[in-house]
Design a protein around this ligand. Structure first.
Ligand code: ADP
Ligand code: MG
Length: 277
């Protein structure tokens, strides 16, 4: 069975006297251990709702979400599920509560009731993994956005999750912070951690194995980055923009250059152009 399995999942927000909002309409999805998937979609398409369904922050109104075989609707399993599937959100300021970086990262392992020696070891490893060990005694509010987001990631890693769901983690960062966070995620993927990466930056999906396009709470398309970039109609219909390189390749092809459609990155394009006679 898949590590995370969604079967005909529906979710509706019902709050106060407001009319109900159907955010997720019948999603089936299987995420295997070690997968690196991207979820893209316009604002309001249900990305954050779906993310929260993956680790029992929300539970379906219909259908089922299983994490490592455990039903997210089973309240007794909630902590085991959240330990396996961690989440990093958009705004780093909302995720950090401690007065010092190392305290922040120690919270998770402390809550797991680990002995102090093991906690120190986990904190050290997690900070090294995100390249923030020099800042262990810094107050988080003195850090840049990218650094704060890396501390937020460290605090999740310290709990040794098998999967991390990133909900638009770069949306509030400057280009440098964005690069820092993307590089960190690259490293985590290399360690075999399952990555679910939510974004509306289409260029960020190039490095993933599988892309899911959401629109109005439904899966419009599931495929490789290349499949997605070739499905222009669906991409445009979901109000998403193709990244620069596939767009440029398309224009060059139309202008008569014999380039292959499989070119997704700047490096690949340079290589292909240099190989032209
Ligand atoms: P995305 O992350 O893709 O922007 P969301 O999952 O946040 O989408 O939202 C999906 C839909 O659910 C939207 O119509 C949004 O307005 C609605 N929604 C999200 N959160 C709530 C909430 N707490 N109460 C009511 N409606 C909500
Ligand atoms: Mg969102």
């Amino acid at each position: 069975m898949a590590f995370i399995a969604l079967e005909d999942v529906h979710y509706t927000y019902t709050e106060g006297n407001e009319p109900p909002v159907q955010a997720i309409h019948g999603i089936d999805l299987a995420i295997e251990k070690g997968d690196r998937i991207a979820i893209v979609g316009p604002n309001g398409s249900g990305k954050s709702t779906l993310a929260k369904l993956f680790n029992a922050l929300l539970t379906p109104v219909q259908g089922q979400v299983l994490v490592d075989g455990m039903d997210t609707a089973d309240e007794e399993k909630i902590w085991e599920i959240r330990q396996r599937v961690g989440m990093v959100f958009q705004n780093p300021d909302n995720q950090l509560v401690a007065t010092m970086v190392e305290e922040e990262v120690a919270f998770g392992p402390e809550n797991l009731g680990l002995p102090p020696k093991l906690i120190r070891q986990r904190v050290q490893e997690a900070l090294e993994m995100v390249g923030m060990e020099e800042y262990r005694n810094f107050p988080p509010h003195h850090l840049s956005g990218g650094q704060k987001q890396r501390v937020a990631i460290a605090s999740i890693i310290a709990m040794r999750p098998q999967c991390i769901v990133f909900d638009e983690p770069t949306a509030m960062l400057d280009p440098l912070g964005r690069q820092e966070v993307l590089k960190t995620i690259e490293k985590l993927a290399g360690e075999g951690i399952t990555i679910v990466y939510i974004t509306h930056f289409m260029e960020e999906v190039v490095d993933t194995d599988r892309v899911i396009i959401l629109k109005a709470g439904q899966v419009m398309l599931e495929g490789s980055p290349l499949d997605v970039f070739q499905a222009r109609d669906i991409v445009e219909d979901a109000d998403l923009e193709l990244p620069d390189i596939p767009c440029l390749v398309d224009k060059l092809q139309k202008a008569g250059l014999p380039l292959s459609t499989g070119i997704l990155t700047k490096e690949e394009l340079v290589k292909a152009l240099c190989a032209l006679k």
